[in-house]
Design a protein. Structure first.
Length: 73
């Protein structure tokens, strides 16, 4: 098997050949407002408002607890 060749697991999923590291592509988990234009910032606020209207929310206490756990505070 040559470098970069794909293999399939028992479920038929393809992946890198054994012994090769898959390429990691990390995306920022949240927008960096320090580098946004006003229009980009407004678009992010609009997304948040749409989440609110659609009920994609958590109680404040739960949100703060998750932040405490995540950041060890």
């Amino acid at each position: 098997m040559s470098d970069g060749e794909q293999t399939k697991d028992r479920a038929g999923n393809t992946g890198a050949s054994p012994g090769l590291m898959p390429e990691a592509k990390l995306q920022p988990c949240q927008p960096d407002i320090s580098n946004m234009t006003e229009a980009q910032f407004d678009a992010e606020l609009a997304k948040g408002f749409e989440d609110l209207k659609a009920g994609r929310t958590v109680p404040a206490g739960q949100a703060f607890e998750e932040l405490r756990r995540e950041f060890g505070i």
